[in-house]
Design a protein around this ligand. Sequence first.
Ligand code: FMN
Length: 456
Amino acid sequence: MTASSPERPRPRQLHLNAFLKPPGEFLAAWRHPATVADAGVNIRHVIELARTAERAKFDAVFFADLVGVPFADQEVLSRVSVVNDSFEPTTLIAALATATSRIGLIATASTTYNEPYHLARTFASLDHLSGGRAGWNVVTSLNDAEAQNFGLERHLDHELRYERAAEFFDVVTGLWDSFDDDAFLRDQKTGIYFDEARLHRLDHRGKHFAVTGPLNIPRPPQGRPVIVQAGSSDAGRALAASVADVVFTHHPDLAGAQAYYADLKARTQAAGRNPDEVVVLPGLSTVVGRTISEAEDKLERLTALLDPRVALADLAYWLGGVDLTAHPLDGPLPDLPPSNQSRSAQRHIVERARAGGLTIRQLARQLARDTRTIVGTPESIADHIQEWFEGRGADGFNVVFPYLPDTLDDFATLVIPELRRRGLFRTEYTGRTLRENLGLSRLPSRWSALQARSLR
Ligand SMILES: Cc1cc2nc3c(=O)[nH]c(=O)nc-3n(C[C@H](O)[C@H](O)[C@H](O)COP(=O)(O)O)c2cc1C
């Protein structure tokens, strides 16, 4: 481009995150003959999954987390795998950092049941040891079972935990900025290890935290590891608009996704940020076949493996931990108290039940099968992706895999080539860091931003 030619806007890039939950998102995935029995704690298997995602040029792999076991009923619990049998995700992505070289590595960590110094240190370390590929999914946690592992009877109230999350985040980012990017001289001749003028002690005193600092590790290579947020309630959106680089969300239809997308971009702008700097990724679960009926058969075989007791317990869980046992299975969903877990999940499920006139039994089965699962051919799935992307319902997708490795392999070998044929998805990584691959800027330290302002 010549100096005089106007800057052409960069074409929008589709982004794909691989949400890995070995042996698969579907609760009965572990019973599928194609899955690996100990998938959740089999590092060789998880490395293979991450490498498959890397070969396909996914932006990142993501591992979710709960800090407790959600189902109290032992009989139900004894029939599910993921919640009992998975690696802690920050430890896991540290291992994956050494087994991959380009793909981003995102892990969940809770602001409700951690201290900011610990997490600032963990994610700074992860960003260094992965060469700038780390991401943190900032969650406020979900349920009472988690609270009960941290000296509390009940999970913190929704508003309070988002308030804590905002302060937690402020402390963590302040700690990451303890040292300026170029603070470490490590000069053997002069004996100066770091330039003391480039050290900033945080001295935070707030409602929830008192943290002096500094952090005992240099500023992360990305400045900040990529920040992911997945709350869709009003408080969740407000947090996302002010801090998130990537937003995971969930919408059953394009109109809902477009409304959310427009709202989040507007809130991001109102928060003084560039709306292009937040990447909106709705969930997308796929089962691919050479024909639609082949794909339908695959999903039917998978759904048949689910124990109805597990389906019902899962429904009760997502409705906010309610007791459904007192209500007839073939009757309608009763009126429910507001959830202190996921308000958006409860709202989506209740809306689905009312719209379809579903009984509790039908709803549990539908939820298990999940209307988010697109069953189709590579072309029909690519059509869906293209429609949502071009219709501004999504900047890409958080791709969920019903059972692993098959649905990841199918997506990588059948859907991604079709997206490439349409010019929608990369053929190579263009950046070294996750931020670069997501098309996001590296943020300056809060101190250099302050300094720049005071010099003006
Ligand atoms: C794709 C996705 C992944 C999530 N991963 C986690 C997780 O790993 N741990 C967790 O506690 N919550 C997780 N959540 C829940 C959200 O962080 C959030 O708590 C939930 O959506 C409720 O927020 P809301 O009440 O603001 O809607 C996830 C949500 C979505 C959509």
